[in-house]
Design a protein around this ligand. Structure first.
Ligand SMILES: [Zn+2]
Ligand SMILES: [Zn+2]
Length: 287
C-alpha cells in the first residue's frame, strides 16, 4: 500500500469515528490541498477518494475522468456513480471547511475593506448570501449611490425595491424611507423586552431567506445572530448537532428530522447563535 493511501485510510477512520468532527474535516482539507500539488499518479488516485469523501462530487468525477483506466470495470462503475452525483450535486454540498479563529479574523478585516457595516444579528451577511457583489456596481434605490454590494434577501415593503446598499440597511434609512422591515415582528422568539433591540433586528439587520416565513431565534434576553443555512452534516462538521437538539423548541420527531436534514433539501435548517452565552439554536421549515 502506498504512503498516500495509508494516510487516507487513517484520516477517513478518524472522520468516521468522530462523526465528521471539525478536526477530522480540517485534516482532510489539509491533505486535499497537499495532494492537489502532487503530480504522482498515486497521489491523484487518492485525491479522487478525498474529493468523494468530502462530497466534492464534481471534482472527484472530473479527476477520475482524467486519470481513470476505462478498461477497468471497477473504475467504470465508479465513474457512472460519480457522474450522477456530479450532475445533480456538483460541488454544492461539499462539507464546509471549519474556520479557525485566525481565518475568521481575516474575513472580518476583508469585510471592513469592502466597507461593509457590522450587523450584530447577522455577522457574516456576505457568507450567508444576504449580500451579493457586483463588479460593475448597481444603484441603491434608497440613497441613489452606486454600490458594489447589494442586498438579496426579503425586504417587506409596499414598494418594489430592486437594490439596497448595506449602508442604507445599517442606518435604518431604507426601513424609514419605505416603511419596511427585514423581519416580520410577529415571527420572533419571545423573551426580548427591549424595543431598541427589536428595532435593530427588524429595521437595521439584513434578513435571511427561508422556504416559508422567516423566524428569528432569541436567547438570554436578546436576539441571536443568524449564522447561515445548514443541514445535519454541517451541524456535525461544526460540532454543534447535539447542542441544537438540546432545545425545548423541538419534540422527538422534530429532532429526528433535524438529524436527517440536508442543506438545500426539503427540510432546511437555519443556524443561530446566542450573542451572550454562545449557545447554537436552530429554526427549520419545509419547501
Ligand atoms: Zn443606499
Ligand atoms: Zn444565551
Amino acid at each position: 500500500m502506498n504512503e498516500y493511501l495509508k494516510r487516507y485510510i487513517e484520516l477517513k477512520k478518524q472522520f468516521v469515528a468522530t462523526n465528521n468532527s471539525p478536526d477530522s474535516v480540517r485534516s482532510l482539507y489539509a491533505f486535499k490541498e497537499e495532494l492537489e500539488y502532487m503530480e504522482e499518479e498515486q497521489a491523484k488516485e487518492v485525491l479522487v477518494d478525498v474529493y468523494d469523501l468530502l462530497d466534492f462530487k464534481k471534482d472527484a468525477y472530473d479527476l477520475l475522468c482524467q486519470i481513470g483506466n476505462r478498461s477497468d470495470k471497477k473504475t467504470l462503475k465508479r465513474l457512472g456513480t460519480l457522474k450522477d452525483y456530479a450532475e445533480n450535486w456538483g460541488n454544492h454540498y461539499a462539507i464546509p471547511k471549519p474556520k479557525t479563529p485566525k481565518e475568521k479574523q481575516s474575513e472580518k478585516e476583508q469585510r471592513l475593506q469592502l466597507g461593509l457595516p457590522t450587523f450584530r444579528y447577522h455577522p457574516d451577511p456576505l457568507d450567508t448570501g444576504a449580500f451579493d457583489e457586483s463588479k460593475e456596481g448597481v444603484v441603491c434605490d434608497c440613497c441613489g449611490k452606486t454600490t458594489h454590494i447589494f442586498y438579496t434577501n426579503p425586504f417587506f415593503s409596499i414598494e418594489d425595491i430592486a437594490y439596497l446598499c448595506p449602508e442604507c440597511i445599517a442606518s435604518g434609512a431604507a426601513a424609514r424611507k419605505y416603511n419596511g422591515s427585514f423581519q416580520d415582528d410577529l415571527s420572533l422568539d419571545d423573551g426580548v423586552d427591549n424595543p431598541e433591540k427589536l428595532d435593530e433586528l427588524i429595521h437595521r439587520t439584513p434578513g435571511y431567506s427561508g422556504w416559508q416565513q422567516e423566524y428569528w431565534r432569541a436567547h438570554c434576553g436578546d436576539y441571536c445572530a443568524f449564522l447561515g443555512y445548514v443541514g445535519a452534516r454541517e451541524l456535525r462538521a461544526l460540532g454543534v448537532l447535539e447542542e441544537v437538539l438540546d432545545d425545548s423548541m423541538w419534540d422527538e420527531e422534530e429532532k429526528e428530522m433535524i438529524r436527517e436534514s440536508v442543506n438545500g433539501g426539503h427540510l432546511q435548517c437555519y443556524l443561530f447563535q446566542c450573542l451572550h452565552c454562545g449557545k447554537h439554536l436552530l429554526w427549520m421549515d419545509f419547501d
